[in-house]
Design a protein around this ligand. Structure first.
Ligand code: PHE
Length: 365
């Protein structure tokens, strides 16, 4: 092949390739052009390179030199095209770039909408932080529970009205393991030999986070200092202050010589951190099967009192149920409603708003 023919081929290749790479292509078109010109198997550079062999021997050095220059120029054109902002089809900016309108970086951009944590999750995170500073470790427990952890070990016997089917979400069928040689109490402390699995209708969605007290004490020797935040379920009709699913923060402290004064100080410190330094707390006598004495906990708000939950000294029967010696250790427990805390902090007047998933509402927090 004559040198002039070869050089003409190179020139055509260079002009075609640089035109293709300069076009306002999107990423897919650019990749197609890369394969067409620079492709290792069938790219046009490759086929032109094959022509180099046909060039007269005397002209080969000149032809080879020009070939290398052209190849480098095409590669540079491709690299430049890769760096260029790509027209994003479908956006105003993309169309403007495609239409040859220059990009104006001073025009305000379209701000992507950022997600954020749900106000209940934010509240839980803050409560964990506050109680963490007081030395309480956050633990979790299951939402589907057996009667041992939801009732029995918490000193709530079978005939207690709190176990009424109308007060709980029982699951139609729950799998419980019965062990030979022992009546299944449902706890982990049952002797485990030759298990056989039977269906019983007794599992339920936990109605309180106090279940986690039992789960922790069954596994841990005293002292214990935990909180547990999570969902609980009760068949309540939804209104401004009730919902069939809500969240509780449970606290449990077991040690030697724990008294009601420790409970009150802890809750006061908690309230001051969670709300305001001048918040007051008040105890009203109450009853829970798993605490004795028991109290309702109120916190001052807007000139009055707001009920936040229940608390008390852990009942000796509960300590015995988990294998603790009530003569050795005592403790306090409390359970507060997280929706109430969240609603109070953000002045939310209807907790149903929290579960409608309306981002116009949730976006405020
Ligand atoms: N579990 C109780 C409830 O759900 C609250 C509570 C927790 C009371 C711990 C005393 C001690 O209402």
């Amino acid at each position: 092949m004559a040198l002039s023919d070869f050089l003409a081929e190179l020139d055509a290749l260079l002009s075609d390739a640089t035109t293709a790479f300069a076009a306002d292509a999107d990423a897919a078109a650019l990749e197609a052009a890369r394969i067409q010109y620079l492709g290792a198997a069938n790219g046009r550079i490759k086929s032109v390179q094959k022509g180099l062999k046909e060039v007269d021997k005397a002209d080969k050095p000149a032809a080879g030199k020009r070939f290398n220059e052209v190849k480098q120029e095409i590669e540079a054109a491709f690299e430049a095209a890769k760096e260029r902002p790509v027209a994003i089809s479908g956006t105003a900016a993309g169309r403007a770039i495609a239409a040859g309108v220059s990009f104006d970086p001073t025009i305000p951009g379209i701000r992507p909408r950022l997600g954020r944590l749900h106000p209940i999750t934010q509240t839980i995170d803050e409560l964990k932080e506050i109680m963490g500073r007081l030395g309480f470790t956050a633990v979790d427990g299951p939402e589907v529970e057996d009667p041992w952890h939801n009732f029995e070990a918490l000193n709530i016997p079978a005939e207690h009205p709190a176990r009424d089917p109308l007060e709980n979400f029982y699951l139609e069928k729950g799998v419980r393991t019965i062990f030979r040689g022992g009546q299944a109490a449902g706890g982990d402390n049952v002797e485990k030999t030759a298990a056989k699995t039977v269906l019983t209708p007794f599992m339920l969605l936990r109605s309180q986070t106090s279940t986690v007290q039992i789960r922790v004490m069954e596994k841990t020797p005293p002292p214990v200092r935990i909180i547990s935040c999570g969902r609980v379920y009760r068949p309540d009709t939804a209104d401004a202050t009730h919902y069939p699913m809500f969240h509780q923060i449970e606290g449990l402290l077991i040690d030697r010589h724990v008294t009601m004064a420790d409970l009150k100080s802890t809750l006061r410190l908690f309230a001051r951190s969670a709300f305001a330094p001048d918040v007051h707390i008040r105890f009203r006598p109450s009853f829970f099967p798993f605490t004795e004495p028991s109290v309702e906990v109120d916190m001052s708000w807007q000139g009055g009192w707001m009920e936040m939950g229940g608390a008390g000294m852990v009942d000796p029967n509960v300590l015995r149920a988990v294998g603790y010696d009530p003569e050795e250790v005592t403790g306090f427990a409390f359970g507060l409603g997280i929706e109430r805390i969240c609603a109070r902090r953000h002045v939310i007047t209807d907790i149903r708003e929290l579960y409608k998933n309306d981002v116009r509402f949730l976006h405020q927090f």
